[in-house]
Design a protein around this ligand. Structure first.
Ligand code: TNX
Length: 504
């Protein structure tokens, strides 16, 4: 099982539960039993049209019960004889118990499928368990995003952060500023085709995420990473700042440097900025933030704030405060990349997202600690899913301290990244898939699986429960046990030589 549960026990004298296609699901009317039947059917290879029949005795019972867990996302699962009982205080808890059940299914030679007799009590260590998808460098449509939601939710992740805007494209229609998507969404990095979400598309993603107990966090990255804004509305953008560092980046990548107002298909970062101090820019930020907030039922709007190398520091500070206030005024909690922490004067509750290495340098600790709303940890050398696995990886980058093997991705503890930060102020963990080199759904699968499982376990599994199981040796065997499920779901995961191989 991944993430490994807080407590797992045998049932003394218990019997494995045999599951056949006609098993019975007994659940509250609000629970999506069709989803569970399809999830189990997909693993077992059963036709999802099969209806339950009484003589296929085993019952999966899902029950809402306040006392089942002290944690709102916790659950209790007990399998023995002809019953699997899942109890939880909330629908989310039932959903996570059901996800554990899907992972427990094993083929019984000559005898269908079984779930071992087992007693599990489980709850997450962190409230924020996220995956970020960059749809700006390469655009991915609703279907791909929804498939990724299903895959992330199966590992008990509860947040999808959409990086909706960057130098290469603007990916969400904004009524008040229609040229953003009319003009600045048609391309992607490397000259690949672009695209954007209509309001309906975005609502569809949010609804699908909600059905899988995931919250969508939209990011509008500002004031850097905004070249696309200037393609649509030249009067809002400052001229690209082409520093020596940027020239070096472009030479190394063998890519053109951006010209003002021209679409950008390279990967250099840090040259673009908005025209800070211009009242039209302030109006733009207010309009965009208000529309995005209104479309988003979740409590957060992410304002970016990273790598604004082309922005004067005092302009940066003024801008970030303004953007964060616009989020607060729209009734949401701002999230910003950690650089924004040192600005000071951000609205109460603003959350930081740390993207440095596992060992912070140059005041990154101070920046991360400065957010009174706490910090989401995305250490780039652990959870950046766009890093190569090893020297031979077809896709990906290596800037975050070289390739990130699966073992390396697994080898860190959220409690020790930011010096002097109390664990209670760590909101959780978020893996990030930046997409400069990732262009297709198959590319996503290859870079996300299996490493996403490391982040899922680090974010969910209570550290105390894992004395025996939170070891690389245990993890690599448990990931291998998930591979047949991933096969059954059509996930084109990277068959890492680090993972123990099993047959079915
Ligand atoms: C850093 S970390 C970025 C992104 C890039 C990524 C590539 C951070 C907040 N920004 O702009 O896409 O590296 O790995």
């Amino acid at each position: 099982m991944i993430p490994y549960p807080a407590r797992v026990d045998d049932v003394p004298g218990g019997l494995a539960v045999r599951l056949a296609p006609g098993f019975v699901i007994d659940a509250p009317a609000t629970f999506d039993t069709a989803w569970l039947r399809a999830a189990i059917g997909a693993r077992a290879g059963w036709d999802s049209g099969i209806r339950s029949v009484a003589h296929d005795a085993a019952t999966v019972s899902l029950r809402l019960a306040e006392e089942a867990s002290e944690h709102p996302e916790g659950y209790r699962l007990r399998a023995d004889g002809d019953r699997i009982d899942i109890a939880a205080p909330t629908e989310a808890g039932l959903f996570y118990g059901a996800q554990t059940l899907v992972q427990l299914l094993r083929p019984a030679p000559g005898d269908g499928w079984r779930v071992p007799a087992i007693d599990i009590e489980d709850a997450p260590r962190f409230a924020h368990r996220g995956l970020m998808l960059d749809v700006a460098r390469h655009f991915f449509g609703v279907e791909t995003v929804c498939a990724l939601i299903d895959r992330a939710a199966a590992l008990k992740l509860n947040t999808l952060h959409l990086h909706l805007t960057d130098d290469q494209g603007w990916r969400l229609h904004i009524d008040a500023w229609p040229r953003l998507t009319e003009v600045a969404a048609s391309g992607s990095a490397n000259g690949d085709p672009g695209g954007f979400f209509t309001r309906e598309d975005y609502r569809g993603i949010v609804a699908h995420a909600a059905a899988r107990h995931m919250t969508v966090v939209p990011e509008i990255d500002m004031p850097g990473h905004t070249h696309a804004v200037g393609v649509a509305y030249p009067h809002l953008a400052a001229a690209p700042v082409l520093t020596d560092d940027l020239r070096a980046q472009a030479t190394e990548l063998d890519q053109e440097l951006p010209a003002a107002g021209e679409p950008y298909a390279g990967w250099a970062v840090g040259f673009s900025s908005l025209r800070i101090g211009d009242p039209r820019v302030e109006g733009f930020v207010r309009d965009v933030v208000a529309e995005v907030a209104a479309l988003t039922p979740g409590p957060y709007v992410h304002i970016g704030g990273d790598e604004a190398h082309g922005t004067d520091p005092s302009d940066y500070a003024a801008f970030v405060r303004h953007a964060a206030e616009a989020v607060a005024a729209a009734g949401k909690t701002p999230i910003a990349w950690h650089e924004a922490g040192l600005v000071g004067g951000l609205p109460a509750g603003t959350v930081g997202q740390y993207w440095g290495l596992r060992s912070p340098v140059d005041g990154q600790d101070d920046a991360a600690r400065a957010f009174d709303g706490g910090v989401i940890l995305s250490p780039a050398d652990a959870v950046y899913l766009d890093m190569k696995y090893d020297g031979g990886t077809r896709l990906g980058l290596t800037w975050a301290d070289g390739p990130t093997s699966v073992e390396r991705a697994y080898d860190w503890d959220p409690a020790t990244v930011i010096d002097g930060l109390d664990e209670a102020r760590v909101r959780g963990v978020e893996a990030a898939l930046w997409t400069e080199t990732i262009a297709t759904p198959a590319d996503i699968d290859e870079m996300v699986f299996p490493r996403i499982a490391t982040a899922a376990e680090i974010a969910w599994s209570p550290s105390s429960a894992l004395a025996a199981e939170r070891t690389w040796e245990s993890f690599r065997v448990r990931v291998a046990a998930l591979e047949p499920l991933w096969h059954a779901l059509g996930i084109g995961f990277f068959a890492s030589p680090e993972i123990a191989r099993v047959t079915r």
